[in-house]
Design a protein around this ligand. Structure first.
Ligand code: ZN
Length: 137
């Protein structure tokens, strides 16, 4: 992995061999969020950063074969992943190399890697979920 690459957005994940998404929790409502909101949408209180579970279950997904924005691979897949440990359903990119493996209810694992470009057209790191457990791909 190219360590010089910047994340597509600051503060939404930690890269490295055991990546984690950075979400938020409202100490009042105990509700978790991803991405982190400015304030809790339920009580407008301040939220705190928390690290989210790197393992989820694929709730639903779509394979997109149209011309991709941000130089994403073609085709690419996006979906909603349930982070059951956090009680959250999040929207995410899915591993473009594992499109054939995608299936509803499948266990998926968080990765961070070089995919596409950022708003300035520079190569960057993105988070995605893959069907392949462990190892450093
Ligand atoms: Zn709240």
């Amino acid at each position: 992995m190219n360590n010089d690459l910047k994340p597509v957005m600051e503060g939404i994940f930690e890269a490295g061999p055991s990546p984690q998404l950075i979400g938020a929790i409202c100490p009042e409502c105990q509700q978790k969020f991803f991405p982190k909101p400015m304030v809790c949408p339920q009580c407008l209180g301040e939220v705190q950063d928390i690290k989210l579970s790197p393992v989820g279950k694929l709730y639903t997904y779509a394979i997109l074969r149209t011309k991709a924005m941000y130089k994403l691979p073609q085709p690419y897949a996006v979906g909603w992943v349930d982070l059951e440990a956090d009680g959250l359903r999040i929207f995410t990119l899915l591993d473009p190399e594992k499109i054939e493996d995608l299936d509803f209810g499948k266990k998926v694992f968080l990765r961070v890697g070089p995919i596409g470009v950022d708003n300035n057209g520079e190569a960057c790191l993105r988070y995605y979920f893959t069907t392949q457990d462990g190892g450093d791909k």
